[in-house]
Design a protein. Structure first.
Length: 285
């Protein structure tokens, strides 16, 4: 496993397992347990995923020293306030059965996320969270938060994959010393991503799979990635990306796949309203 050093000096694994949409709790527990046995140390869950308790059971069952794991969860938008963050963080800790988190993110940049950030900054100073960060923050929102608060986000998690590469966002995060973390690194399997001829050609040259090429390309851009799978063979495959290097020409061939299209938050009022209406229905209890 390779690690990156966050802006507060702590080490974060560059590759982890994400468990969004793993709603079968037995399946979530088993995937996390198997991942940890295979050598994964970073697990990415969220209050809104409804599987923090299953993740917590897998962590306990794994027998791996807590200090060697890097556990991330996220505050849901219905709790974006000072008081809400207090409740949300404690609930996530209770669900996971942990007394601290390695990384806790504000899941969406809506409502009173400044109030939430104030509480999370206190919890960070008290040692309840080793690093705090944000999620789905645009460059403007990230720079705004950095300028008007006194704890700089350690991480900003945004969608990044071969279709929606986010190079300008990545560069802005480098400039502001914020680690970029990619969600949906495989674009959730959409648009036949694993069958793209360019990726297949590069994969054949390295005797690797197209999934491994995508993850390696993210690693070489210094982006942390948390691919989701519930299959042991794919967990193993997604981890085996630290024994080869893509050439500059191959990196550029993959860059050419960018369309900028992804699961971006709707910018128009109606679309944004629909997203909020749907999001507010998630239960985090
Ligand atoms: N913060 C946010 O707003 C946000 C939003 C979305 C996601 N996320 C995080 O990012 C994580 C990953 O994103 P995602 O779950 O949307 O999707 P993803 O990781 O881009 O893709 C997952 C899909 O790829 C398949 N897959 C995984 N490894 C494979 C392999 N080696 N070969 C072929 N297929 C493979 C999986 O199928 P199987 O499971 O059947 O193997 C699944 O269908 C989430 O779990 C979550 O932790 C965060």
């Amino acid at each position: 496993m390779e690690y990156t050093t966050l802006n507060n000096g702590i080490q974060m694994p560059k590759l982890g397992l994400g468990v969004f949409r793993v709603t079968d709790l037995a399946e979530a527990e088993e995937a996390v347990y198997q991942a940890i046995q295979l050598g994964y140390r970073l697990i990415d869950t969220a209050a809104a995923y409804g599987n923090e308790q299953a993740v917590g059971r897998a962590i306990k069952r794994s027998g791996v020293d807590r200090a060697d794991l890097f556990i991330t969860s996220k505050l849901w938008l219905t709790e974006n306030s000072y008081e809400g963050a207090q409740v949300g963080l404690q609930r996530s800790l209770d669900h996971l059965g942990l007394d601290y988190l390695d990384l806790y993110l504000i899941h969406q940049p809506v409502s009173d996320y400044y109030g939430a950030w104030r509480y999370l900054s206190e919890a960070y100073r008290q040692g309840k969270i080793r690093a705090i960060g944000v999620d789905n923050f645009t460059q403007q929102k990230l720079v705004d938060l950095i300028n008007f608060t006194d704890v700089r986000p350690a991480v900003n998690m945004i969608e990044a994959n071969v279709f929606n590469q986010r190079e300008a966002d990545r560069q802005a995060m480098v400039d502001y010393d914020v680690q970029m973390e990619a969600w949906s690194p495989f674009s959730a399997g959409s648009d036949n991503v694993f069958e793209l001829p360019v990726l297949k050609q590069i994969a054949a040259a390295h005797e690797k799979s197209t999934a491994q090429i995508i993850l390696r390309w993210l690693m070489q851009r210094d982006i942390v990635a948390i691919p989701k799978t519930v299959h042991v063979d794919r967990l193993r495959e997604n981890l085996a990306i630290f024994d080869f290097t893509l050439s500059d020409a191959e990196m550029q061939q993959i860059s050419a796949l960018n369309t900028g299209n992804g699961f971006n938050l709707p910018e128009d009022a109606q679309g944004f309203q629909a997203m909020l209406d749907m999001s507010k229905q998630f239960s985090v209890d």
